[in-house]
Design a protein around this ligand. Structure first.
Ligand SMILES: N[C@@H](CCC(=O)N[C@@H](CS)C(=O)NCC(=O)O)C(=O)O
Length: 227
């Protein structure tokens, strides 16, 4: 028995697979085709009432379901006793940077993607608003990473959560010019073997052709999802 992961190749999805890889937990993957709206089917809503990925079922814990990527990261880190910060203050630092991602970077970059990348109608005010706010949040990360190697001091689920979004800044139409600490941290985390395994779940397209085919599919799927 193990963890069953319901996911897709998105920033929120890879947080869960990266954490599972880092924590060396056995898991099975159930790829959800977001463009076909599988996540809105009744069987899936019984696992995640919000109809989004990722979600997990812990078959070692009475088939306990967990939704919301931040809650999944905390659940897994607590179960393994790792990546959560040691002691109350360090755990609080991890939570602060995790909440920063869940309430800030993820939603803002997500909306930048919608208006910049997916919406057929281009609304300059909305694109500008979400891109500027996303860039501001990346600058907050950069400043913090100028003082500490990782967001909460030691490598933690807060890095996994923020990295999973920050790495895709180009997809949101952003640049990270001048954010050298952020670039250093992006590269350091990208080099971790567990991160490389986790970010390839459930999609492992690597050639430029595969990547561009996947990008087209993501845009078409997102348009279908946003109706
Ligand atoms: N706050 C949620 C957000 C999850 C989320 O937005 N997932 C996206 C993919 S990154 C999704 O499932 N979208 C499908 C849809 O909106 O129907 C979390 O962090 O788990």
């Amino acid at each position: 028995m193990s963890i069953e992961l319901f996911t897709a190749a998105t920033p929120n999805g890879i947080k869960a697979s990266i954490a599972l890889e880092e924590l060396e937990m056995p898991y099975t993957v159930h790829a959800i085709d977001l463009g076909s709206r599988v996540q809105k089917e009744d069987w899936f809503l019984a696992i995640n009432p919000n109809g989004r990925i990722p979600a997990i079922i812990d078959h070692d814990n009475n088939d306990f379901p967990v939704f919301e990527s931040g809650a999944i990261l905390i659940y897994l880190a607590r179960k393994a006793g790792r990546l959560l910060g040691e002691g109350a203050d360090n755990e609080s630092r991890v939570m602060q940077w995790l909440m920063f991602q869940m309430g800030g970077l993820g939603p803002m970059m997500g909306q930048a993607n919608v208006f910049f990348r997916y919406a057929e109608e281009k609304i300059p005010y909305a694109i500008d608003r979400y891109q500027r706010e996303s860039r501001r949040l990346l600058e907050v990360l950069d400043r913090r990473l100028g003082e500490a190697e990782y967001l909460a001091g030691d490598y933690s689920i807060a890095d996994i959560a923020n990295w999973s979004w920050a790495r895709s800044y180009e997809w949101s139409g952003l640049d990270i010019d001048g954010l050298d600490h952020l670039q250093r941290w992006l590269d350091t985390i990208a080099a971790r073997p567990a991160v490389q395994r986790g970010q390839a779940v459930p999609d492992s397209s690597t050639t430029p052709e595969e990547k561009s085919k996947r990008a087209e599919k993501v845009v078409a799927g997102a348009r279908n999802m946003l109706v």
